[in-house]
Design a protein around this ligand. Structure first.
Ligand code: GLC
Length: 470
């Protein structure tokens, strides 16, 4: 049923499942068939992405926000001094002190703070009050209480940016949901909270997204960097766009040639344009998610959801008598009990040709399994992971074609990319197939959301001084 006559298409599918029972094998493959795309579907996704991208940049209705970040230049090697960075939106909340010299990070102090769930899904003032409290604690600990400190704020949620230091929250995503912040400027809320305390001299100069931080940090490592990608709890990308193509630009232009655009591709398809790839498994994952009916694309590809997709499929296969002798365990039936780290560990078995990780995980679920059940579980993880890699690659290849640069480095960060044993290999292969002749590389730019924020604060300071002079 999933067989392919097209060689490029076949190269994008995973190896067939091999079970002793032919009928069972076919039923399982059929149940997963929709997760492996035909060439026609791959091309259609690419076309739809391109069309949404064009609409977004022209401020027409689109599921891609295409937000102007107002960052028109990358580090130029002159960045120098002490900068603070805040990173909110990933796995941890952190405050960071960076010392820059010649555009490079020469020293870094980081402190992680635990954010209780109550803060993540409660009242906005309390959340920002806590951020200000952490800043104050950190600044004191670094003996910088009296110092004027420029700060770059990585706020990894969709924002409408009116300037480099204005970011109005469109919606929460991932594990956050403090309704009172939606529609408000996150920078102003942070400034107000810092002001209320009045015990530091921190100046919030820039708000940015983690993809932007990753692009900027990537540019420090490799000056061919022009795309930033996050494959972590959430997923998103940004890229350097020609300034003349960008319609939304509040305030004065200063002859900028390019600017970083935050695509916000997590929401790709929220208007229904990607419904042709949505499976029942995706519908179920969405229905049970914190923010249902939003962030469609992110739910196909990111770390917050891959494990849950796998779990939903395993439950369905079991209910249909195709797995674990038809008997699921209580844990398997519990939502979100299958973290994406398990998918990475099972994939590691597939890469190594072993079963140890898979067995350990199935034991944790109190499941009775045969060797063939293990093969099925591995197959499910492979198919779900492969779809994620392919979807990301389709969009990246479209970006490479659009940008049409001689050579592009794609800076990547995020727990899924770092821990999954073969997303990178697949992505390299698929991008080459889908953007033939385009020279590119995937570069791990670790901690873009931290280091990148400090560097963006330095760029913001440079722009501020320059524009004040003119
Ligand atoms: C979510 C956020 C986006 C962020 C991404 C990765 O999609 O909306 O802003 O870049 O997660 O953290």
């Amino acid at each position: 049923m999933c067989e392919s006559n097209n060689s490029v298409e076949a190269a994008m599918h995973v190896a067939p499942l091999e079970l002793s029972d032919n009928r069972r094998q076919q039923q399982i493959e059929a149940a997963l068939c929709e997760l492996q795309f035909t060439m026609e579907t791959v091309k259609k996704i690419g076309r739809v992405f391109e069309s949404e991208l064009e609409k977004g940049i022209h401020e027409e209705p689109s599921s891609l926000q295409m937000e102007n970040t107002y960052i028109p230049e990358l580090p130029d090697g002159t960045e120098k001094g002490k900068f603070l960075a805040l990173d909110l939106g990933g796995t941890n909340f952190r405050v960071i002190l960076l010392e820059l010299d010649d555009g490079k990070v020469t020293d870094e102090k980081v402190k992680h703070y635990h954010l209780d769930d109550e803060l993540k899904v409660g009242c906005g003032d309390r959340l920002f009050g806590f951020l200000a409290e952490c800043i104050s604690d950190f600044v004191k600990e670094q003996n910088l209480t009296g110092a004027r400190l420029p700060l770059g704020f990585t706020f990894s949620f969709p924002m409408i940016q009116k300037a480099l230091d204005v970011g109005i929250l469109v919606t929460w995503t991932k594990t956050f949901n403090c309704p009172s912040v939606v529609g408000k400027d996150a920078v102003q809320m942070l400034k107000d909270a810092i002001h209320r305390r009045g015990d530091t001299h921190v100046e919030v100069l820039a708000v940015l997204n983690d993809t932007t931080g990753t692009l900027v940090q990537g540019a420090v490592l490799d000056n061919r960097t022009a795309i930033g990608l996050i494959l972590g709890t959430g997923s998103n990308a940004c890229y350097l766009e020609r300034a003349d193509r960008v319609q939304h630009w509040e305030g004065q232009r200063h002859g900028e040639k390019q600017v970083i655009i935050d695509i916000e591709w997590g929401a790709f398809g929220d208007n229904g344009v990607l419904d042709f790839i949505k499976t029942d498994y995706d519908r179920e994952v969405d229905k049970n998610s914190l923010l249902a009916t939003s962030f469609t694309f992110e739910k196909y590809i990111s770390g917050k959801y891959l494990g849950e997709i796998v779990r939903v499929i395993l439950v369905r296969l079991t209910a249909n008598g195709l797995l674990f002798d038809g008997i699921a365990s209580k844990k398997l039936l519990s939502q979100n009990s299958f973290p994406t780290s398990y998918v990475s560990q099972i994939e590691q078995d597939t890469v190594d040709g072993g079963n140890k990780n898979t067995e350990d995980i199935l034991d944790k679920f109190n499941l009775q399994y045969t060797t063939e059940d293990i093969a099925v579980v591995k197959y499910v993880c492979e198919v779900v992971s492969n779809r994620s890699a392919l979807l990301v690659s389709i969009c990246l290849s479209r970006l490479l074609i659009r940008m049409d640069r001689p050579d592009t480095t794609i800076a990547v960060d995020g727990s899924l990319f770092k821990h999954h044993p073969r997303l990178k290999t697949w992505m390299n292969k698929y991008i080459q197939l889908l953007a033939p002749g385009k020279k590119f590389r995937l570069l791990l730019a670790e901690d873009g959301s931290g280091k990148g924020a400090g560097i963006v604060a330095a760029i913001a300071l440079r722009l501020k001084e320059r524009f004040q002079e003119t």
